[in-house]
Design a protein around this ligand. Sequence first.
Ligand SMILES: CC(=O)N[C@H]1[C@@H](OP(=O)(O)OP(=O)(O)OC[C@H]2O[C@@H](n3ccc(=O)[nH]c3=O)[C@H](O)[C@@H]2O)O[C@H](CO)[C@@H](O)[C@@H]1O
Ligand SMILES: C=C(OP(=O)(O)O)C(=O)O
Length: 430
Amino acid sequence: MDRIRIVGGNELNGIIPISGAKNAALPLMIASLLTSDTLTLENVPHLADVELLMRILGNHGVDVAVNGRRERQEDGYSRTIHFTCRTIVDTTAPYELVAKMRASFWVIGPLLAREGQARVSLPGGCAIGTRPVDLFIEGLQALGASMEIDGGYINATAPKGGLIGARYVFPKVSVGATHVMMMAATLARGTTVIGNAAREPEIVDLANCLIAMGAKISGAGTSTITIEGVTSLSGARHRVLPDRIETGTYAMAVAMAGGDVTLENTDVALLDTALESLRRAGADISPTASGIRVRRNGGGIRPVDIVTDPFPGFPTDLQAQFMALMTRSGGISHITETIFENRFMHVQELARLGAKISLSGQTARIEGVEKLKGAPVMATDLRASVSLVIAGLAAEGETLVSRIYHLDRGFERLEDKLTRCGAVVERISD
Ligand SMILES: CC(=O)N[C@H]1[C@@H](OP(=O)(O)OP(=O)(O)OC[C@H]2O[C@@H](n3ccc(=O)[nH]c3=O)[C@H](O)[C@@H]2O)O[C@H](CO)[C@@H](O)[C@@H]1O
Ligand SMILES: C=C(OP(=O)(O)O)C(=O)O
């Protein structure tokens, strides 16, 4: 199994191109199930999750054509991909595929809206909490669907004549359930109003693509989204928005290792809260014409407390990376995780590098240390894995990160992007 070897101690200097967002590309690809025309997506990152979703969509009858591969290598292998689903050939999403990636469960919305039925396995995904699907069930029930759990699958059936628009207020903010409800409602009869909707930029990106396909949606990016159902959607061409989690991850890597890096093809507005926390920690951050310049020269890392929250709060997907940074701060910081109850799997691995972290409920107390020392580590989820890479950049000697298939789910050309900025990072294939 591949591992990543990092020799710490080098500053990062140069340019890192930011890829299209995994968490936008996935729902956008799924939206191709809503139309018999071609949906063309530009800036699709080359990631294991994207490849897997292509297979899952193929199973439902989506024809996938890739072009533009490596058309601009500097942009990070982003590809333009055409998705065409003339007819849905299978409304079942099997366990073998859905168990590997949680977002694949989201096909339930378009399948139900277009075909009136779906049989979708209960999902898997990163091991960061129990991650139930009650909100999806309640939301789709509000649109008139009958939802039954049978043998690990959800059998969903729309009323005769299709889903019916309704007003539904989520009892808790959910990104996935908002994506699904929004997609399902585009083809429902009448108007749907989603209350307490997720406001993440990826929701806005999906809404913009659906609008380009002919959907009538207003309010995406606020907590109330209104969707007026239409009878059919057409094809469209849409560019996937920049990955704000990848952006924040590299910004934290620079803050950790020191240096001066410009993150290209991204936007400060996508991660205000996280960048503000980084500024308080001592990084110098400024917007450029096409991205963000991050610097930390000389000064130490200051301790900063954070609490994760739905957008526009501090993203849970950057919590592990920020914790890695705080292990080298000049004091004590606290990190509280409010989204996922089991998202501290990186704590014991960071401890192998010499970090001093104690946990009390959902809060970690991090006592900054003078130095970290390289060690073999492994991670059990995507963002935890990259937090170990960040720690390794500042650790003395060699850090070997195993189980890096997690990293390949969400970081395009990670070792290449870091190496070009002066880090010593290499993939070892055993
Ligand atoms: C592919 C993708 O975009 N994944 C992101 C998405 O995951 P995902 O969409 O799975 O996360 P949600 O926003 O749905 O989860 C938020 C919270 O709601 C809970 N919940 C969710 C659904 C439900 O039916 N019942 C329920 O209780 C979850 O267990 C969690 O505690 O948003 C998360 C929160 O920003 C990110 O960490 C993930 O990277
Ligand atoms: C948790 C994540 O992904 P998923 O929702 O697919 O498990 C993530 O992107 O950090």
